[in-house]
Design a protein around this ligand. Structure first.
Ligand code: NAD
Length: 248
């Protein structure tokens, strides 16, 4: 039997990048997959097809994770389509980098809303479902930047640090209901998000990584699989790095 047979997972921001890899990894291990992104497009249809080819149920939804009402609607649609949600991966995230001197209020607010408020929105909406079924694994996508900070990313760092505090609080609130909540803190992972960083800065970053390479979305998905499955049944309230040794 596969690790997640009979389970249902919801992954936000999964049309591409790390979210997509997590969706495929959990599906390959037997989970039915609901996934969301800001819009449904060709990527959504392609991912639905790729997941279904693995022999499990798949459905993509358009939903803005930063909106409280859209997140509530998303959870009720997924429950009505899939009956349960056992695993929630709060993955949707954006960057709007700038030195604080030049950072607009709009860029501050958008990053906090998409990266941090989204985690509140989805967790708030899903907790009733998970409490009723007395089972759940919630996985929140933080970053090493949320642990160490990063010049030019104060909005992003604040959002990712906030996620760790929220994760630890949820572990304490929901542990007695058999609901676990952990955070993943990736380092430098090669996706469209990091492709925006100038080559010279990327080269410098790679030099600083003990394993001397950027991570792949699959490196992150392997940890998500572990945290989603019963292999981690006694692990909650943790922020675990996937960073090639960058953060020690
Ligand atoms: P990405 O930009 O490739 O993918 C992010 C996805 O989120 C996109 O499909 C995007 O459309 C979606 N999204 C954006 N706003 C949304 C919203 N409001 N509602 C729903 N979906 C939305 O990025 P990625 O590199 O795959 O990052 C995934 C997560 O991992 C993010 O939370 C990011 O902060 C985090 N992370 C990434 C790295 C890295 O090096 N790539 C490092 C640490 C943490």
């Amino acid at each position: 039997m596969k690790l997640l047979t009979g389970k249902t997972a919801l992954i936000t921001g999964a049309n591409r990048g790390i979210g997509k890899s997590i969706a495929l990894k959990l599906a390959a291990n037997g989970a039915n997959i609901a996934f969301s992104d800001i819009a449904c497009n060709d990527d959504t249809i392609q991912l639905e097809n790729e997941i279904q080819a693995l022999g499990v149920k798949a459905k993509g939804y358009a939903s803005d994770a930063s909106s409280f009402s859209s997140s509530e609607e998303l959870i009720s649609k997924v429950v009505s389509d899939f009956t349960t949600i056992d695993i929630l991966v709060n993955n949707a995230g954006i960057t709007r980098d700038n030195l604080l001197l030049r950072m607009s209020e709009t860029d501050w607010d958008r990053v906090i809303n998409v990266n941090l408020k989204s985690v509140y929105n989805l967790t708030k909406a899903i907790q009733k479902v998970m409490i009723q079924q007395r089972f759940g694994s919630i996985i929140n996508m933080s970053s090493v930047v949320g642990i160490e900070g990063n010049g030019g990313q104060s909005n992003y760092a604040a959002s990712k640090a906030g996620i760790i505090g929220f994760t630890k609080s949820m572990a304490q609130e929901l542990g007695s209901r058999n609901i676990r909540c952990n955070a993943i803190a990736p380092g430098f992972i090669a996706t469209e998000m990091t492709a925006k960083i100038p080559q010279a800065a990327r080269d410098k970053w790679i030099q600083d990584i003990p394993l001397k390479r950027p991570g792949t979305p699959d490196d992150v998905a392997n940890l998500a699989l572990f945290l989603a499955s019963d292999l981690s049944s006694y692990i909650t309230g943790q922020a675990i790095t996937v960073c090639g040794g960058l953060h020690t």
